[in-house]
Design a protein. Structure first.
Length: 105
């Protein structure tokens, strides 16, 4: 989406929290995305939505929501047409810019 991202994060055994991950992701991506000397504010908002997904059905439901979000925003005619989505990989099993972890495909 042009003004926000959706991501499914899975906890692994390194004991990092979602907060730790989001902090590090925001810092590193801001340094890479913003032009040098940019001082017009932050790239990222302070908050993020942490929605626990209790089980495979909840994960599939959330993934469907994420894939259909560009369609609802009228950015594309089909979810697979949005280049910054894993929909093409998920529905057609074709590698794209954004891919899914093997246990989701």
């Amino acid at each position: 989406m042009p003004d926000h991202i959706h991501a499914l994060l899975f906890q692994n055994e390194d004991a990092r929290t979602v907060s730790d991950f989001m902090r590090d992701f925001k810092v590193k991506s801001a340094f890479r995305c913003l032009p040098e000397g940019y001082s017009q504010g932050n790239l990222w908002r302070r908050r993020y939505d942490d929605v626990p997904l209790p089980g495979p059905n909840a994960v599939r439901t959330r993934l469907k929501y994420m894939h259909e979000n560009p369609l609802k925003a009228r950015l594309v005619d089909r979810p697979e047409d949005y280049q910054w989505s894993s929909a093409q990989h998920y529905y057609n099993e074709q590698p794209t810019i954004i891919t899914l972890a093997s246990h989701l495909g």
